[in-house]
Design a protein around this ligand. Sequence first.
Ligand code: ATP
Length: 441
Amino acid sequence: MNQTIEKLVSLCKRRGIIFQSSEIYGGFGAVYDYGPLGIELKNNISQLWWKEMTQVHENIVGLDSAILMHPKIWEASGHVNAFHDPLVDCKQCNSRYRADEFGDDYDSIEWDTIKCPKCGTTGKMTEPRQFNLMFKTHVGPVEDSGAVTYLRPETAQGIYVNYQLVQGAMRMKIPFGIAQIGKAFRNEIVARNFIFRTREFEQMEMQYFVKPGTDDEFMKEWKEKRFRFYPNKLGVDESKIRFHEHGKTELAHYAKEAWDIEYEFPFGWSEIEGIHNRTDFDLSQHETFSGKKLQYFDQQENSRFLPYIIETSAGLNRMLLTVLSDAFWEDTENNRIVLKLHPRIAPVKAVICPLIKKEGLPEKARTIVDGLKPHFKVLYDQQGSIGKRYYRQDEAGTPFGITVDHQSMEDDSVTIRDRDTQEQTRISSDQILNFIRDKMD
Ligand code: ATP
């Protein structure tokens, strides 16, 4: 594993951000649990996305569809027949790879000339086999084929099959969007790079229903909006994100045009979000398989048509890995590790510390905590030297350290320390709330 990622993994475990699933049983492959700080961070990120989509855009509404759905949906969507990854094995050391790791044109590779990246043996690689990524499960007590369904591999289909109900109930007029955050499952062949590729993950998807012919224009609009989200809302370094357009061979079976937003992770440039023009592929498939008409009626033009769909599809866990990688900073000068998370997404916004454990300082610090905690997450800490207390919070990404000292008892002021610069300023305690809120905005 990459060294920086290794350090990040260890920090995440130590500070209760992310744990390997089922650790006491030796772990469970490519599944992770989120600890107390991890869940705060994840919630902050997903709430930001949710607000951006469903609050800032008046024509986008939310949905929470079920993970288990009618199995025919996955036939209609193409997942039963086409959601495959090509798999190759090294017969020498039993390592398993996705064939496309060796090149997009893996079909024309001569596999008996390929060297195994792990054991170095040449000539032991198998030909690619197609492997369906969906987790199959049985509904009901009898394991017969009539009751087979799948854990959803994407949240999008739940939106398509509900689109008419949502449109009717909310009287939505095209163009309009439906947003959803939820779990998705893929039986990934190789899971690497920490939470980048896992078998259980969360997606944040928005499907934008538009009139055919206007799709190129909306594709452009959503590409731009989604790209800006990373620097503007998450505070990600703009020089570390870029677009990658899918070439003809990369395009998914449903897509007319597709762009990835990529981030430069410690292990290289990789996709964090996809923006796809899915045309009317999904809706027309669902018309065929369900036998129900799914056209939209345009009252003004008195016409009916199947909308085209522009999809923005982001992985919540990958977004979290993006902000963690971006924020991770080894401050060698001061011998500390810092998570430079934007105050907007930091799990805890401030730590409040009495300088000493007596003379009324703890009580005053507690009063400050009580005043702030209805607004955002703060911590009280009186353990150890003030320097140690700050360093503990630097690692957790807490942007502000507030200290109550003797002067506080006289003039009701406190010092407020900036995590990144370590500079301290003195402000009146009734200004703390506004100070932090300003930085979060
Ligand atoms: P990849 O090529 O990395 O497998 P994909 O092109 O199959 O991804 P999409 O189907 O477009 O991905 O899914 C949309 C988003 O969902 C991705 O951009 C990613 O953020 C997230 N995602 C997909 N698969 C996983 C996974 N196994 N673990 C975590 N996140 C994932």
